[in-house]
Design a protein around this ligand. Structure first.
Ligand code: UFG
Length: 331
């Protein structure tokens, strides 16, 4: 397969590029490096630097690269907190970028696309686990832009026949088994990398945001899914579309929830470090429990997460964070 990966230098994008190449695909990466890292791009991928909002830059790739079987689209801003302070940045990059992309894909006759969506499309869940046809009422602008992207793809298919799969990730985490690439956001806001920064000494402590939730230990429960399992779901989704599958939306999670305190405790065991934790007030907008039902992805795409154990997930993340305390700045 020849696959164009938009945002292939980012966290989930770079892991998907590694999996694609390991499984024999030809990969073209397009990234504007606003949040991506050049060191994360697989050396065998063909790289173009460009921004989706610039029609000429994406046209150039599609003009030059013939016979692309499918596109995988990760190129977006994805921080919940930032999206509340800078909503227009999210509309501009996530929606205006996707609109320009879709115009170019339609013009170039591309027929299949798989793209990143999120659990944030659901908002406060009605029940656990969350199913794909549950109501989507995002409580933040990031989730709102992803929901709008899904609708943009829906109407584009009706008009132009471009088929899509939308993958709604729950809490992406972990790192490539080799330790060569991993999670490196700046600023970092996610739980597991922050815990491991407290373990590797680049941070003093982890703050626990809220201990008064209606959960067994009072801290929030999330469904942590390994980035390589997410990568595999993208590959399966591409194959599903190429085999004639219809456009659809799938949740991706492990179906098991862990509390913030359980994650910290597991990280202490994995790393052998004390990891100082300080209990603080709730972070605005955090639902108490988010757990996916991924039965649909398992049944229709044949997806089977390999890293379904939290210790193993944290071990892979620790391999990256213990050897790259400053992220990609550490060679
Ligand atoms: N948390 C802490 N301390 C920290 C960081 C996080 O206690 O320093 C807690 C959060 O309050 C939350 C849990 O750890 O309860 C997980 O937080 P993350 O920031 O790691 O992840 P979120 O669940 O907030 O966000 C994830 C994805 C988003 C996606 C969202 C969907 O990262 O992209 O799920 O709800 F939008």
């Amino acid at each position: 397969m020849k696959i164009l990966v938009l945002g292939g230098a980012g966290y989930i994008g770079s892991h998907t590029v590694y999996s694609l190449i390991e499984q024999g695909s030809e990969v073209v990466v397009f990234d504007n490096f606003e949040t991506g890292h050049i060191e994360a791009v697989h050396p065998e991928a063909k790289l173009y630097k460009g921004d989706l909002r610039n029609r000429a830059e994406i046209d150039e790739v599609l003009d030059k690269e013939k016979n692309i079987d499918a596109v995988i689209h990760f190129a977006a801003n994805s921080l919940v907190g930032e999206s509340m302070i800078k909503p227009l940045k999210y509309y501009d990059n996530n929606l205006c970028g996707t609109k320009v992309l879709l115009e170019s894909l339609v013009e170039h006759g591309i027929k299949n696309i798989v793209f990143s969506s999120t659990a944030a499309t659901y908002g406060e869940p009605l029940h656990t686990p969350i199913l794909e046809d549950d109501p989507t009422n995002p409580t933040n602008c990031y989730g709102e832009t992803k929901k709008a992207m899904e609708r943009m793809f829906y109407w584009t298919e009706i008009a132009y026949g471009l088929k899509y799969v939308s993958l709604r990730y729950f809490n992406a985490c972990g790192a490539h088994i080799s330790g060569k690439i991993g999670e490196a956001h700046n600023p970092e806001t996610h739980l597991i990398p922050i815990i491991l920064q407290a373990a590797n000494g680049t941070r003093d402590h982890i703050s626990i945001f809220g201990t008064d939730y209606n959960t067994p230990d009072g801290t929030c429960i999330r469904d942590y899914i390994h980035v390589t399992d997410l990568a595999q779901a993208h590959i399966l989704a591409v194959k599903y579309l190429l085999d004639g599958g219809k456009s659809d939306i799938f949740n991706l999670g492990n179906g098991v929830g862990f509390s913030v305190k359980e994650v910290i405790e597991t990280a202490r065991k994995v790393t052998g470090k004390e990891i100082k934790a300080i209990e603080e007030a709730r972070r605005a907008g955090d639902p108490a429990v988010l757990i996916a039902s991924s039965d649909k992805a398992k049944k229709i795409l044949g997806w089977k997460p390999e890293y379904d154990d939290l210790s193993t997930i944290i071990k892979t993340a620790w391999k990256w964070h213990s050897t790259h305390p400053d992220g990609y700045a550490t060679k």
